[in-house]
Design a protein. Structure first.
Length: 323
């Protein structure tokens, strides 16, 4: 749809004041009454700190990339329709929303001059779909025809993983409405330093800070989960997915290449694939590497919900392989 006539640029990033955008400005946070639709399900919000990790995951599953301004009510219907279309695909694609006012470097990197702009992202390669507000018919075409075609194109390129589910957007909206101060209000006070570092993209610092929380309270399962996620992103958040997978295929007996590709699977939400890769590696006779594999799996085990059946099965299999 790129290049079709009739699309007018939205908010200018060149410094001119857009009076129309000011007229449509909404002060409510996403998910609050009168505000933009909340993230959730297979819809995420991406910042400059998390952009590279998001691009990395596009080698596992396709991503629809929406550059918008979440305080401009002209964009709410579009964001809502795209979110519904993506969530209806049950993880075959993810919608990543980027606030270009708060993250101008991303807009500059993609050579976007205004909002909204829409890209498909497959294997780290952005493909422009739209610039400017679509008509109702064009929006319907995007949701009903273009989204399935992106998934089909991704599958043809071998990008056929499943995006991670990030919770019910309606539940997220309710929590925002009931918690003064937004999502930070739900962060335990002892986690705040680690949380801040993670939001800034300092995953090594966040992992260290969460480790200190665990020293004070070894039973803090939230800190254990967030530390495991921080370590994962610290190691592999900016890895070249194709290179990592090629290295693992070329050296199937090398523990480091298998650990690296398991990290990629975890980042992409392929939890079962990550578990199976490392457990199969041990089952194939690599008992000399059992300790690094065990340590990595224990990190991974902190990430899913405790009642996730994949977790119980993987724990049982690991115990069997160790003894």
């Amino acid at each position: 749809m790129a290049g079709q006539p009739g699309f007018n640029p939205g908010v200018s990033l060149a410094g001119a004041v857009d009076l129309e955008a000011l007229k449509h400005q909404v002060k409510a946070e996403p998910g609050q009454a009168g505000g933009a639709p909340a993230a959730g399900g297979y819809v995420i919000d991406t910042t400059e700190n998390t952009f590279q990790a998001m691009v990395t995951t596009s080698a596992t599953f396709p991503i629809l990339l929406l550059l918008w301004v979440p305080t401009d009510d002209r964009l709410f219907d579009m964001a809502r329709a795209l979110g519904d279309a993506v969530n209806a695909q049950n993880g075959l694609i993810q919608l990543s929303r980027i606030d270009i006012a708060a993250n101008p470097s991303i807009a500059q990197a993609l050579q976007v001059q205004g909002a909204p702009a829409l890209f498909a992202l497959i294997g780290g390669r952005p493909m422009p779909l739209l610039q400017g507000l679509p008509s109702a018919d064009e929006l319907a075409q995007l949701c009903e025809q273009v989204v399935p075609k992106i998934i089909q194109a991704a599958h043809q390129s071998g990008v056929d993983g499943t995006a991670p589910y990030s919770g019910d957007p309606d539940a997220d909206a309710a929590s925002v409405d009931s918690a003064a101060g937004g999502s930070d209000a739900a962060v335990p006070p002892e986690h705040m330093e680690a949380y801040r570092l993670a939001c800034e993209g300092d995953y090594a610092g966040a992992a260290d800070a969460y480790a200190r929380v665990l020293e004070a309270d070894p039973k803090d399962s939230l800190a254990a989960r967030e530390r495991a996620k921080a370590l994962l992103l610290m190691r592999s958040g900016s890895a070249n997915v194709r290179e990592v997978r090629a290295a693992a295929a070329a050296a199937p007996d090398d523990v480091e290449t298998q650990l690296a590709v398991a990290d990629i699977d975890m980042i992409g939400g392929q939890i079962q694939d990550a578990f199976d890769r490392l457990l199969d590696f041990l089952a194939d006779g690599h008992k000399a590497d059992i300790e690094p594999v065990r340590r990595r799996l224990l990190e991974y085990f902190a990430i899913p919900e405790p009642d996730d059946p994949r977790l119980a099965a993987a724990r049982r299999r690991l115990a069997t392989l160790m003894y």
